[in-house]
Design a protein around this ligand. Structure first.
Ligand SMILES: Cc1ncc(COP(=O)(O)O)c(C=O)c1O
Length: 401
């Protein structure tokens, strides 16, 4: 039987050493069942926990592992950069190599600015938008990180700062219109996770674009999660809707930190004076990793592999749940799927995720999943088989209870 005792012991120690016992989203309690808390290594689509259990990972470190753990091509590029130097007083030509590549791939990218972490990039976009429009207020829809503007009601955020951010509902043009009309010419930017849940309803993104244009509010797609998965040019390439600004992070460096704000030239050229400089915005590990990751995705058609494997997984899980007579269906889109259990089935869902973990499958129940080209046919087939066993075992548990 799988145990996670070492993880639990480490977590006890962490409670006395790390703020909150560790990063909020990695804390136990967020995931139900006996999920591991400490990982010690990863390779391809798998990671191993501190007790030596292997898991086929469908959370992919919350998104960064685009082409798999320990990818030899990406890691070779990083090691070569380590030998040459990873940060300097002055700029390095690789920053331009990556910028040229991204400007060719991403529709809204004529110019860009580097950041660290997705939260850094989204906060950079807000600062740029405020500077360019001369407006203070921000609209948001989705999760955009931990900084004050993005966590307006959070502990430690001054009320005056939080009051400048307004949240509007997804797929809800009415709430956007109402907010824009309530504070005419006051909103600098609408920060939007353009893909959420099952995706945008027909005409939503075009409607958003039109409303923002009418009100002189910049539209920024927060593509920290979606970037380089739906298409190499992001969710914007996939949908054909080009925002004014966009933010990227997570997947681009396959686990090495690289993030950015990209934008149309007419906006970015007005923002050259905005102070968005930081010591590590010029680090080259993430830049070298990003160049190698994009090259690999292009050479192997990684995006097509993500769509194919995500579709196979979703169809397979639908079959498994329907054969078991369980009201649960796959949701989302193949690059970012999840499983949705019907009402009143929380206990069964918990038992299923626990039984899946006993069979080496790490499906995070509280988050969408991410599909990687490292999820091969063999791995997806195994996952579907193991899920069939897991739901049978979960139903038996319920029958015994
Ligand atoms: C859409 C989106 N934006 C921004 C962020 C913040 O990125 P980070 O956690 O790298 O700071 C996240 C993180 O999950 C995200 O999903």
């Amino acid at each position: 039987m799988r145990t996670i005792e070492t993880s639990e012991r480490l977590f006890e120690k962490a409670r006395t050493l790390l703020l909150g016992g560790g990063q909020g989203h990695k804390r136990p309690g967020k995931v139900n069942g006996r999920y591991p808390i400490y990982a010690v290594r990863g390779k391809g689509a798998s990671f191993w926990d501190a007790d030596g259990n292997e898991y086929i990972d469908y959370l992919c470190a919350f998104g960064p592992m685009l082409v798999g753990y320990g990818n030899p091509d990406v890691d070779a590029a990083v090691k070569a950069q380590v030998d040459e130097g990873v940060i300097f007083n002055i700029h390095h030509p690789k920053e331009l190599e990556l910028a040229e590549k991204l400007a060719r791939l991403i529709p809204s990218c004529d110019m860009l600015s580097y950041f660290t972490g997705g939260s850094g990039a989204t906060t950079g976009a807000v600062k740029i938008a405020r500077a360019v429009t001369g407006r203070d207020r921000v609209l948001r829809c989705g999760y955009h990180g931990w900084h004050d503007w993005a966590d307006p009601d959070g502990a430690g955020v001054p009320k005056a700062v939080g009051a400048l951010t307004t949240a509007v509902g997804y797929n809800d043009l009415g709430s956007l219109k109402q907010a824009l009309e309530a504070h005419r010419e006051e909103y600098a930017v609408f920060m939007l996770e353009a893909f959420q849940g099952r995706g945008p309803s027909d005409g939503y993104l075009a409607g958003v674009q039109q409303l923002c244009a009418e009100h002189g509010t910049l539209l920024c797609f927060d593509e920290v999660k979606t970037g380089f998965r739906f298409a190499l040019g992001g969710y914007q390439e996939f949908t054909g809707v080009t925002p004014d600004l966009s933010t990227f992070g997570k997947a681009l460096g396959n686990g090495y930190d690289v993030a950015m704000v990209v934008g149309k030239r007419e906006i970015m050229e007005q923002a050259g004076h905005v102070w968005v400089a930081a010591t590590f915005h010029g680090q080259l590990i993430g830049v070298a990793a990003a160049i190698a990751t994009i090259r690999l995705m292009e050479e192997t058609d990684g995006v097509a592999a993500i769509w194919r494997q995500g579709r196979r997984l979703m169809d397979g899980l639908d079959r498994v749940m329907s054969d078991a007579g369980v009201d649960a269906r796959s949701a989302g889109q193949p690059p970012m799927p999840r499983l949705s259990f019907g009402e009143g089935l929380d206990e069964l869902a918990n038992a299923f995720y626990d039984e899946a973990a006993n069979r080496r499958i790490y499906f995070d129940p509280g988050h969408n999943w991410f599909i990687s080209p490292a999820h091969t046919d063999e791995i997806v087939d195994y996952t579907i088989e193991a899920s069939a066993d897991a739901i049978r075992a979960a139903l038996e548990r319920g029958a015994r209870a």
